[in-house]
Design a protein around this ligand. Sequence first.
Ligand SMILES: [Zn+2]
Length: 689
Amino acid sequence: MSTSTANPLLDFSGLPRFDLIAPQHVEPAIRALLDSARQTLDALAGADTPATWDDFVIPMTEATEHLGRAWGVVGHMHSVMDTPDWRAAYNALLPEISSFWADFGQNLALFDKYRQLHDGPEYATLSAVRQRIIDHELRDFRLSGAELPDADKPRFKAIQEELSSLAAGFSEHLLDATNAFAEWIDDAAELAGLPDDVIAAARAAAEKDGKPGWKFTLHMPSYLPVLQYADSARLREALYRANATRASELGKPEWDNGPLMGRILTLRHEEAQLLGYASFAEVSLVPKMAESPAQVMAFLRDLATRARPYAERDLAELRAFAADELGLPEMQPWDVAYASEKLRQARYAFSENEVRQYFPEPRVLDGLFGVIESLYGVRLTHDQAPVWDPAVRVLRIERDGQLIGQLYLDLHARNTKRGGAWMDSARSRQRSRAGLLTPVAYVVCNFSPPVGNKPSTLSHDDVTTLFHEFGHALHHLLTEVDEVAVSGIHGVEWDAVELPSQFMENFCWEWDVISGMSAHVDTGAALPRALFDKMQAARHFQSGMQMLRQIEFSLFDLRLHHELPADAPVPAADVLALLDAVRREVAVLIPPPWHRFPHSFSHIFAGGYCAGYYSYKWAEVLSADAFAAFEEAGAGRGSLLDRDTGARFWREVLAVGGSRPALDSFIAFRGRAPQVDALLRHSGMLEAT
Ligand SMILES: [Zn+2]
């Protein structure tokens, strides 16, 4: 046996060998795969390799697929089994992996092969799916500057490097400014209204600094409860002001993000011009479902117009409540969250803990599987495979006795697991020279583990999270595409990728579905209807104001990257003036003039959401409208879980994944372009028809 076959990370014959894979396997396996991938790519880039699908694309896909799959296992272990050994093994190879992919994106010989294939006679004979893969490769090479004249390339590269260091600087300033602030409380009377655990945490924070009293900070677990619960307006105002002016010219000059914002906008604009686009917003939209900045702005403005009356009603209700019940006739910015929380409690309060008793995990899983089986005519059963923790379960999905895909389910929080919930690909469907490989997915959550012999119980939020991640998993597992580059979740436009996941969340708000999957952990009783109605009412609380807020951020982000003249560094004052203009257009609640929201808008200045923040609302519209097709079928045929509509959703949306444009898939399913009505109705902003 050679050393390579003895390394379980290099065993691609079946599911990953989680019973054998250990941190010491990472370096030799990943190095071997990197070496072999580099050799293959070098050979493929050479003049001897004809630019054909079989001679070029297939070997390249195979060379990178094994590397991607093995590194996926390593990344997964790093997320769910973050021991010092796994962390070290992951971090040791991460730079080499990143640089491999960066080199790949810059490899002009490979770009040239794709171009030859695109321009040659074979292209017309290829399937639409294969043509799309080639088009995407060319697009990605172009957007990373591969087609620029040689004279422009160094400048393009310098822009990229400066942008990434500016993004890091933006985050660091924000973190430093956040960390530097503390509000010290000596008088226990100022703690009135705060929950006990928040007070205890503030006391522990002070103790850690060797001081008496209580310490409050701008970190969310401290900041949010103060704004929501503290009866002391002075305390709320102190934190609100500090938070609103973080990393701006109103604080320490060395943490002022204003100049960085201006420089980032200028560089993004220059990058767009080098690539031949009028604005950075146009560049951002090239690989997305949305077609143009004008289309996105029209979408946002339409949604704003329709949500506005509801937001105005929300605000009037809040103002009246603050004046009449809280003695706050002039509601200040630091009163908004406080008054909202009091109003929510007065109108819609219910106990999260009471709800949780109705959702024991096994019952919820049965309910979820039932929904999936009814919709798609598949069967989910338990399967056997090596796992990384005894609590992990393996499921298989079959149709007519035939295996479609498999799924790892890792639901409970552990000390070694990263927080949050996510779905990831363990293997993607592909038809290769070795035959057909079925897809495999990970679904990872952080629910409370069971205690004693009682099953763990889920909050309604947990149930929704589980449905959401299963939506992503089904997108990956029910694919019928054989080309790995666009099978499952691969190649799906970024602003459409949340369609299948948010779609599944809707079932958690359907009485028939939710009552059927609830059973009180002690009595077995179903969730009472009255309690469910309260949950629905709470779901819609201030939905108009919330929607306008998201639209404000989205429109600001898009106009910032589309309209501001950025040939010279953009002054922070211009950024603020644009935000003011957006607020005058869409907001009902205008923050004070000293508020410096852009200076902490990391999503767009330090994250991947630049000219993309609209995606949240965009995908919500798609998912709500897709779900409405099931509501319509249910109204006619008696059940939301309509098999015909499910079959159509599978065929036109889930099965095709990234193999065709998301808009085409949506229209094929719905028979028309997306409409916003269903989202408004689900948010309590449109009467049901
Ligand atoms: Zn998601």
